[in-house]
Design a protein around this ligand. Structure first.
Ligand code: IVH
Length: 680
């Protein structure tokens, strides 16, 4: 074969490989909310595929990811609805020169609107005769999932259009749904405490949140939105900017970071300004969007299969730097997972000093193909946690050692085990592996658990090192003189700690159950279990089958609980805790009421709207207490809807069409109180 046809063949192979890789990356990004490629890597691969397809037009296919947007469909809980107008993506570049070229190709005198590119997920809001009727995700661009009930948790989204002019019969507003940094950090912190996987960045968190079934949880997480595009037939206005202003007047949240530019210089100024200023914004942004302002000109420029020709995005480069990977160390966590950690020559990145970065697990290190001594690229992944994204290509030819994952625990020498289906290696010695014991102690005293004042991480560490604490029950036999003798302590701090320990004996059984640190039993799960099993004695004999009958308790959690009580050492710890006076059973007020009033038995009830006498959670609890079942969505099985103020229009419509009865708060309380007055 001649050289030319050999190159051609390898390019074609590359096209096929890139298509496969990008499709899979799209699925992981949009459906699983767990991206494998950084945005930059994804965009680079996409640009390469576009270039190769241009060289081989005979291979162009509508099935190629260059021709369609990534799809977030795949969630069966929401109604899938066809978009009125296709929801496209934007062409993008990381290169200011290409932005300049794009601008220069436009007809003379064209006005450009510059906006921030918000890094969340797109949403399309439908207003029919002035009423919000649907909120569709982008889906595959042709159809999307209707997540209206979750969008209604965003206070700034108007449910009706309040305007002077006649209300247009149909208006669509498009924008970005975002989870602000603060809410994202709070959510991840909670997830960490609950032992749940963390979201890599606010975009994934927003996307995961918008697809939740539990709208109350969505409300609690606190999504926000910015709208940046208005569509509809025969709408007033001749420019994009006018439409944005109109949307703002109609009460929509529209960003103020918008500027009409008349020259390349003005556009570049906007980019330069926001590249720095965006760092102080409450939400994530990843670039600037440039749009032709005049709607006629937009129409004349038209669309490609996947993107408008009248808009383009400039994407900010992620800050990254080269440094030397000095050493790979291994860290053992509370649950025994062994995580490789990169120890780096310190570098300054996005305003902070970076010295260490997680390497996640063995597979991650192998994929990067890095060893000690390599020059590696460090990036702020999703702008939060430093991440190693690759090595300098000339690296790895030197004399350094190969990467070897340890076969025994670096802390206690126990052979590591790899749980099937998991990437992590784990030290199974949960009874005496020092970091595991220490982490369990730290968790026990933490704020959401026993909340022992004066016993912070550092004190626990010191006490552990000195042999004063081996397990959680030891906390209750700490002696005043031993604490006072520790460096930096005295009688006063000893008394404070002892008072905190004494106080912790009042902590509820549900929190104690969370505090003892059974794997995967987080705060919420512990509450649910404690409600069904109001004492350690009762829980001790629960079977996997009985436990999995509890909401949110899966097979794995149930097995962990059973295994916990099968272990004699744990039972012994619980006995010592009880002797010390720690509360291992629910008090009268926490106990579920007697079951004699089961007036809701056999009823399936949907709660919708807001209430004034009790919170939604209280109503949910009441329903269960009186023998009923809570359901998230209206169906033919729904017995009635407990309807508060501002009940979701979708639910109302469905209830009407199925003939399901609505009951207001007062009626509901009267129903219960006719046989019981526990809530009055
Ligand atoms: S305009 C046809 N404006 O970026 C016009 N999009 O990568 C399409 N995005 O799908 C959208 N901020 O989710 C537009 N100010 C902004 C934006 C924006 C963020 C998102 C949007 C879009 C994606 C394209």
């Amino acid at each position: 074969m001649d050289l030319f046809s050999e190159i051609e063949r390898s390019e074609k192979d590359e096209i096929i490989a890139l298509r496969r890789e990008l499709e899979e990356a799209n699925r992981l990004y949009y459906v699983e909310n767990a991206p494998v490629l950084s945005d930059r890597e994804f965009d680079e691969k996409m640009h390469r595929l576009q270039a190769l397809e241009r060289l081989h037009p005979e291979m162009v296919s509508s099935a190629s990811p260059t021709q369609h947007v990534g799809s977030d469909l795949g969630n069966t809980h929401f109604e899938t609805v066809a978009h009125r107008y296709p929801m496209l993506s934007l062409g993008n570049t990381y290169n200011k020169g290409e932005i300049e070229d794009w601008l220069n190709k436009l007809p003379d005198g064209v006005e450009i609107v510059c906006e921030l590119k918000y890094d969340g997920l797109s949403i399309s809001l439908w207003y029919e005769n002035g009423h919000l009727t649907r909120a569709l995700t982008r889906g595959d661009g042709v159809q999307g999932d209707d997540v209206l009930r979750n969008i209604l948790t965003i206070p700034a989204v108007p449910t009706t259009l309040d305007m002077q002019q006649p209300v247009p019969p149909f208006v669509e507003l498009r924008g970005e749904v975002l989870l602000p940094w603060r809410n994202f950090e709070r959510l991840n912190k909670e997830r960490e405490e609950e032992g749940e996987p963390l979201f890599a960045n606010p975009r994934n968190a927003a996307s995961g949140t918008l697809k939740l079934l539990d709208s109350e949880e969505v409300r609690r997480r606190g999504l926000i939105t910015y709208l940046y595009y208005m569509l509809g037939d025969n709408l007033p206005g001749t420019t994009h900017y006018e439409r944005l202003e109109m949307a703002r007047e109609w009460g929509f949240p529209v960003s103020n970071a918008v500027r009409v530019c008349h020259s390349v210089d003005e556009v570049m100024d906007f980019i330069t300004y926001w590249d720095t200023a965006r760092k102080a914004l409450p939400v994530a942004t990843d670039g600037i969007v440039l749009k032709v302002n005049n709607l006629r000109q937009q129409q004349a420029l038209g669309y490609t299969a996947k993107t408008p020709r009248w808009a383009i995005a400039y994407k900010f480069p992620a800050e990254k730097q080269l440094t030397t990977l000095r050493k790979i160390t291994f860290q053992v966590g509370r649950t025994g997972v062994v995580t490789p950690v990169a120890n780096l020559d310190p570098i300054q990145l996005s305003g902070t000093m970076v010295q260490r970065a997680t390497l996640h697990n063995e597979d991650f290190v192998r994929q990067l193909d890095i060893c000690e001594g390599d020059r590696v690229w460090v990036e702020k992944g999703g702008e939060i946690i430093p991440k190693i994204t690759g090595k300098e290509s000339s690296s790895s030819e030197g004399s350094h050692s190969m990467f070897v994952f340890p076969s025994v625990c670096p802390e206690c020498g126990t052979p590591l085990v790899r749980i099937e289906g998991e990437a992590a290696w784990r030290c199974p010695n949960d009874q005496s592996c020092p970091p595991q014991l220490k982490c369990r102690l730290e968790h026990f005293v933490s704020r959401k658990a026993m909340n022992i004042d004066g016993l912070g991480e550092e004190t626990i560490d010191t006490m552990f090192e000195k042999g004063m604490l081996h397990d959680i029950a030891d906390i209750y036999s700490l002696r005043r003189e031993d604490i006072a003798r520790l460096e930096g302590f005295g009688d006063k701090s000893a008394d404070k700690i002892l008072a905190g320990i004494e106080q912790s004996k009042q902590v509820s059984w549900a929190r104690v159950l969370f505090a003892i640190g059974i794997r995967m039993v987080g705060e919420t799960t512990a509450k649910k279990i404690a409600r069904r099993y109001p004492s350690a004695d009762a829980l001790q004999w629960a079977t996997v089958e009985q436990l999995t009958a509890i909401e949110d308790v899966g097979e794995q959690i149930a097995q962990n609980i059973v295994a916990y009580f099968q272990n004699e050492r744990n039972v012994n710890i619980l006995l010592r805790l009880r002797e010390a006076g720690v509360c291992l059973s629910a008090t009268e007020s926490e106990m579920p009421q007697d079951n004699d009033n089961q007036c809701l038995a056999g009823k399936t009830i949907v709660i919708s709207g807001t209430f004034s006498h009790h919170s939604r959670d209280e109503y949910k609890e009441m329903i269960e207490r009186y023998g009923g079942r809570n359901a998230g969505s209206v169906s033919s099985k729904t017995s009635f809807i407990l309807a508060g103020e501002n009940m979701g229009p979708e639910k109302r419509r469905k209830a009407e069409s199925l003939g399901v009865q609505l009951m207001d708060e007062e009626e509901f309380l009267a129903l219960i109180n006719s046989t019981d007055n526990a809530y009055e």
